[in-house]
Design a protein around this ligand. Structure first.
Ligand SMILES: [Zn+2]
Length: 437
């Protein structure tokens, strides 16, 4: 397979990924972490080795992203964006069996925070850029490579910063490929790869109740805590009806065609029996959610405070933003002020066109007989920011996973790791995709 003088992407990917895992890029949601600068410099070095001219861009000190344009055979064609984030969510080393920043291979698995989210994909991209450039090959069209800061805190200091301040970097780009898609699941004994074509939107709300402050010993009919608690209770207990966006219907249809039976979409246990922990992701895309997460009120046991507030994490299906907002207002009732702390859009595209064909063909060439199913992601990715530039985004970070491998739990979980064979598969598959995109 591999020639001694010419490294292949699958031969390079594990070392590249391990090196990235050893650089702590924990994102605590503010700027108290180490930042992405060190990782960005490392990536820029690799891109320079591959003959590219990367630019390192800081949104603030230490919060660095790297962007490079990889010239293709036909610069007249629309360009493709391949992007990955460099930051990771924090990891508590004492909870892990292997140190989260060691980048160690144990029993055929590469361990570390970011092993599946998403230094694996960063490494697959870099391995292919290096292998192709050393072989003197170009991609068929221009590819913009972006390694981004701050995705885990919403991307304001990474992708969004670039979209708002450096949009010329993405001139001519019409499509993007990034994370949380392209991994395999077992469906009725067949291997299926989930291609991400949609993302739920998010709406982070602060609810505030005001009332009359006073002494806790007295009869009180305008208590902010009571009013807020009732509103939060209604919002948290609300049963959102099932509503399938087109991407989820497409997933259910693909599942039915593959398994010969209907997807048990309204039965949590049956869904988990069919899809393992991936069922949690699928289930969250069959309805809107409104989840209270933080309560703040009061400062002394016998004092009624003047105000009480709560934070609610709402996630809406494509097209449902206004409906969710209206419903939350109705559930909250009188006397509750609702403020949007942060929101981001839902995305949905269709699983068709030449880019989807190239992703599908690459997977099926590396794993003959496998199926490819479109799906909707219950969380969000940096594709939301690039959508602002009219760029159509997909999740395709290919991984063939051993059956029973609990992929969904590893995202932001302890003991995050990726099988080396999966990484190598991903590098080969992504390489096929890049050469045919
Ligand atoms: Zn991620």
């Amino acid at each position: 397979m591999s020639d001694a003088t010419e490294p292949t992407a699958d031969g390079l990917v594990t070392d590249i990924c391990a090196d990235l895992l050893r650089i702590d890029t924990s994102n605590y949601g503010d700027s108290s972490g180490p930042g992405e600068r060190k990782a960005a410099e490392h990536v820029a070095g690799l891109l320079t080795d591959a003959g590219l001219s990367p630019e390192l861009i800081e949104s603030e000190r230490g919060r660095a992203s790297v962007v490079a344009r990889w010239a293709g055979e036909d610069p007249a064609r629309d360009a493709l964006l391949l992007h990955g984030h460099l930051d990771v969510v924090p990891a508590e080393a004492s909870d892990w069996a292997v140190h989260p920043f060691s980048g160690e291979v144990v029993d055929g698995e590469l361990w570390g925070r970011g092993a599946v989210d998403m230094k694996d994909m960063d490494a697959m991209v870099l391995a292919n850029v290096l292998a192709m450039s050393r072989a003197g090959r170009k991609p068929p069209r221009d590819i913009v490579l972006a390694f981004l800061a701050d995705e885990e805190a919403g991307g304001m200091k990474g992708a969004r910063h670039l979209v708002e301040n450096r949009r010329e970097l993405f001139d001519g780009v019409t499509e993007a490929v990034s994370e949380v898609g392209g991994f395999s699941v077992e469906v009725a004994g067949n291997r299926a790869y989930l291609l991400q074509v949609a993302e739920k939107g998010l709406l982070w709300l602060r609810l505030t109740a005001t009332g009359r402050p006073g002494h806790g010993s007295q009869v009180h009919d305008a208590n902010a805590v009571t009013r807020l608690a009732a509103a939060v209770g209604r919002i948290g207990a609300h049963r959102w009806p099932m509503a399938l966006p087109a991407s989820v219907t497409a997933f259910a249809e693909g599942y039915a065609a593959l398994s010969g039976s209907a997807l048990p979409i309204d039965d949590v246990q049956a869904l988990e029996a069919e899809l393992g922990t991936t069922a949690r992701w699928i289930r969250a895309t069959t309805q809107n959610t409104s989840t209270p997460t933080v309560l703040q009120a009061g400062y002394k046991h016998n004092v009624v405070p003047a105000r009480a507030s709560a934070l609610v994490d709402c996630r809406f299906l494509p097209g449902d933003r206004d409906h969710v907002m209206r419903t939350v207002h109705q559930l909250a009732g009188e006397g509750i002020e609702i403020e949007v702390v942060h929101e981001d859009r839902a995305l949905e595209t269709t699983a068709d066109g030449s880019l989807v064909d190239a992703m599908t063909a690459a997977l099926q060439a590396e794993d003959p007989g496998s199926a490819v199913l479109p799906y909707c992601l219950s969380g969000g990715t940096d594709n939301k920011h690039f959508d602002r530039l009219g760029i159509r985004g997909f999740g395709f970070a290919p991984l063939r996973l051993p059956s029973g491998f609990d992929f969904a739990s590893l995202f932001h979980g302890t003991d995050e790791r990726v099988p080396v064979s999966s990484l190598e598969f991903g590098a080969r598959t992504l390489g096929r995709f890049i050469r045919t995109c």
